[in-house]
Design a protein around this ligand. Structure first.
Ligand SMILES: Cc1cc2nc3c(=O)[nH]c(=O)nc-3n(C[C@H](O)[C@H](O)[C@H](O)COP(=O)(O)O)c2cc1C
Length: 390
């Protein structure tokens, strides 16, 4: 079973991830991991933090001579901003620490501040937001890079693009080649494949900047070349659609998930929604008239591209703060403001890729197993033969 955990706070020393269950022998490139971390930091509308730090992963266990060795992988990503917070968030209480705190007593509507403060019994939401922050996703993206490295061995790719920012929308389908080209860019605006739509998206972000507001949007993750038969219909918790939905909604600020053309389908007739089935005798394989199901039927992959969309709410820290109440005085007060992002949809797409890659890698290893990459490959090739001869 492939499983991972993360630890770390937004302004703490570092983020840490452990990942257990990868077969030995997967080639790992540190620069590929760091490239994913860089992609997570990009996009028009990010706050000042992205300018002060470029994330770098330190792999401290589980990889030797550029390959996984079967033992747990451990990754550390240092927070360069920690140097400004050593006195504010010390591990051991020190003389005068009380005066150096940066308390957050005016909870931000939409953030974890109030619910977390009540639950953990703090009258200062600092410790809550430190962990609730999407800084945590840096560790997820590093883990996702490992999941991608496994999947890549079997020709499976996972990429994303932005299809909506506020009311601005991309109204054309994206090809896999377009997503590959997008992922290779050295400058990222809003992660949209179409320049005109991207400019409209930028205008929406500019409007949010001008008015001290924030804006959400929609990203789409595409998993390409996925074999049929990952996940299963036999039990609720084995259904891959449900597992992908959980992974995507577990992301900070993601409030909705769509598999394939779910919303459009719900407003249409069955005859227009289901993807007709055909057979290519030459290639000896089944083909589909369309991929509105997003590559999943009955909680299993069906061999088409897996399409998962995440619907992101606008960021809850506003330069023009909303009404709140002070946790100590209980008097009305404007919500706290701390340096913050205005739009994070492209970054969320990269995090979404990591989550989808992790869930697919889990399902892949459940099906094919293997302590070494060679063993996994034999099992995979055997199944591929079976599918070919079906
Ligand atoms: C990439 C990314 C960056 C984020 N940056 C911020 C931010 O700068 N300020 C903020 O208030 N929320 C930010 N968020 C959202 C909060 O982390 C999130 O709203 C909060 O933890 C509450 O969780 P919820 O929105 O899922 O309920 C970000 C989310 C993502 C995915």
């Amino acid at each position: 079973m492939l499983r991972f955990e993360t630890a770390g706070e937004s302004h703490g020393e570092c983020l840490v991830a452990t990942l257990n269950g990868l077969p030995a022998g997967i080639p790992i490139s540190l620069s590929a991991v760091n490239r994913e971390l860089w992609r997570r930091q990009q996009g028009y509308g990010r706050g000042g933090r992205m300018k002060i730090e470029t994330d770098r992963a330190e792999i401290v266990a589980g990889v030797r001579h550029s390959h996984t060795i079967g033992s747990p992988v451990a990754i550390v990503i240092r927070n360069k901003d920690w140097q400004n917070w050593t006195d504010v968030l010390p591990v051991e209480d020190i003389e005068g620490a009380e005066d150096r705190r940066k308390p957050v007593t005016r909870p931000r509507p939409g953030h974890a501040d109030l619910a977390g403060a009540i639950k953990y019994d703090f009258h200062d939401a600092r410790y809550i937001l430190e962990r609730a922050s999407a800084r945590e996703t840096t560790a997820r993206v590093a883990v996702g890079a490992f999941a991608k490295a496994l999947l890549a061995q079997f020709g499976i790719g996972v990429l994303s693009h932005v299809i909506g920012v506020g009311s601005a929308r991309l109204n054309a389908p994206a090809s896999w080649e377009e997503l590959v080209a997008l992922s290779e860019k050295s400058e990222v605006l809003l992660g949209c494949i179409d320049r005109e739509s991207e400019n409209q998206m930028k205008e929406v972000v500019d409007q949010a900047y001008r008015t001290g507001d924030t804006v959400g949007g929609v990203f789409e993750v595409v998993a390409h070349n996925v074999p049929p038969g990952l996940g299963s219909h036999i039990a609720w918790d084995l259904r891959l659609d449900g597992r992908l939905a959980q992974a995507i909604v577990s992301m900070q600020a993601v409030k909705g998930v769509e598999i394939g053309f779910a919303a459009e389908g719900a407003a249409s007739f069955g005859s227009r929604v289901q993807d007709s089935i055909h057979y290519d005798r030459l290639e000896r394989r089944f083909t589909r008239g369309a991929n509105r199901a997003g590559g999943l039927e009955g909680g299993m992959t069906n061999g088409e591209d897996v399409l998962v969309r995440g619907l992101l709410k606008p960021i809850s820290t506003l330069r023009r703060p909303l009404e709140s109440v002070d946790l100590n005085t209980r008097e009305p007060a404007l919500a706290a403001y701390e340096r913050s992002d205005v739009c994070v949809v492209p970054a969320a797409g990269v995090i979404g890729e990591a989550m989808v890659a992790i869930v697919l890698a889990q399902a892949f290893l459940e099906k094919f197993g293997g302590d070494s990459l060679g063993e996994t490959r034999r099992n995979f090739e055997g199944y591929r033969e079976q599918v070919k001869n079906f």
